[in-house]
Design a protein around this ligand. Structure first.
Ligand SMILES: Cc1ncc(COP(=O)(O)O)c(C=O)c1O
Length: 369
């Protein structure tokens, strides 16, 4: 039987192949590989997609977060609030800026930051709050924006998994002071290499990030500040421009697949992804929860169906962060989620037959118990 992968980009490539080959041919004939027309155009198009005036292409989502934090003035000794249930890039960016991560547990239904627990963690040293729109689901932004105003602490959205997601009709990334995206290949908008983007309405933040990504240079070899080698390259920008034109349609297909899973699993003893009112979830991942997670995962793999676990170890229990002396039990909802979440295959090109096989596999597993 054909193996169903967690992510399959081959069908998407077949659809785009002609356009991509043409764009690459043009780049290779000019050999303008950095900060050329494609990056400029993609920044403009992605800013328009998010509904903001500025977008700055960088080398990855982690760099987007790192540069955005620095552009907000976050540095040595500062504190940044975020969740322990996210990809480590969120926290690496905080550490790279010289700051300390302060964790707030997640809400167990949305798997995003529990906004009722944020205020008690704010101190004079808090310089930013990073809500993560995990799995493509927008966070509850209104309470965070109220706290941001009350304490003068900017919100930096980690939208790495949520290109095109919306809350109250507003695109994520455009709601806080700045928003950060990853173009890691498996994302809803993925490059054929690495890439990232910061979007913002703030001209000063945009200008600062433009310097940071390019060795602090305003013009060639005139370095205004010590920066980084952190540019988005022309090849990735050209691919991303072609894909961006189809992103909304792809997100709609992901939502359709999510709807079918939801219906098919409604009577099973599993928790289905929350989709809050006024939220447009873009299902980067379709994540179910069950205490039988590991057994279900093995059962599906035995039937050639791949699944994922995002994420098996919450960040406060990672060896990389042991210097902060967190303990098991510090963030119980994140720990419980880490032991129960399972990501099923979801991508725009998932065929009806393959999805039917996944659904039958999950249903048969629960019949067995
Ligand atoms: C929530 C989250 N934040 C940050 C990142 C970092 O992005 P990148 O891998 O492009 O550095 C990712 C993805 O990989 C992510 O999923």
């Amino acid at each position: 039987m054909k193996r169903i992968p967690l992510v399959d980009l081959r069908a998407q490539y077949r659809l785009l192949e002609r356009d991509i080959r043409h764009a690459l041919r043009v780049i290779f004939s000019d050999m303008k590989l950095f900060l050329g027309e494609n990056v400029k155009a993609f920044e403009k198009e992605f800013a328009a997609f998010c509904g903001v005036p500025y977008a700055i292409g960088v080398g990855s989502g982690t760099e987007a977060l790192h540069f955005a934090l620095r552009s907000l003035g976050v540095g040595e000794g500062d504190r940044v609030i975020t969740v322990p249930f996210t990809f480590i890039g969120t926290v690496e960016a905080i550490l790279q800026a010289g700051a300390k991560p302060i964790f707030v547990d997640i809400d167990p239904f949305s798997h995003t930051i529990d906004s009722s627990k944020v205020e008690e963690k704010i101190t004079k040293k808090t310089k930013a709050i990073i809500p993560v729109h995990l799995y493509g689901q927008p966070c509850e932004m209104a309470p965070l924006l109220r706290l941001s105003k009350k304490y003068g602490v900017p919100i930096l959205e980690d939208a790495a998994q949520a290109h095109g997601a919306m809350e109250n009709g507003e695109k994520v990334g455009s709601i806080g002071k700045a928003g950060c995206f990853s173009f890691y290949y498996a994302k809803n908008l993925g490059a054929y290499g690495e890439g990232g983007m910061v979007v913002t309405r703030d001209k000063r933040i945009a200008e600062r990030i433009r310097l940071l990504r390019n060795h602090g240079a305003a013009t060639k070899y005139a370095h205004i500040l010590p920066g980084f080698n952190g540019r988005l390259d022309e090849i990735q920008a050209a691919v991303l421009r072609i894909k961006l034109r189809r992103l909304s349609q792809w997100n709609a297909l992901r939502r359709q697949h999510a709807g079918r899973y939801r219906e098919a699993f409604a009577d099973l003893p599993i928790a289905l992804p929350a989709e809050g009112a006024q939220k447009y979830h873009v299902y980067h991942l379709f994540v179910i929860r069950t205490r039988k997670r590991d057994a279900l995962r093995k059962y599906l793999l035995d039937r050639d169906i791949e699944t994922g676990v995002h994420y098996p170890i919450p960040l406060h229990l990672q060896q990389a962060l042991r210097a902060f002396r967190f303990h098991r039990g510090d963030f119980p909802e994140s720990e419980r989620a880490a032991s129960e979440v399972l990501s099923l295959p979801i991508y725009p090109e998932l065929t009806s037959n393959d999805q039917g096989r996944i659904i039958r596999g999950v249903r048969r597993f629960f019949k067995k118990w």
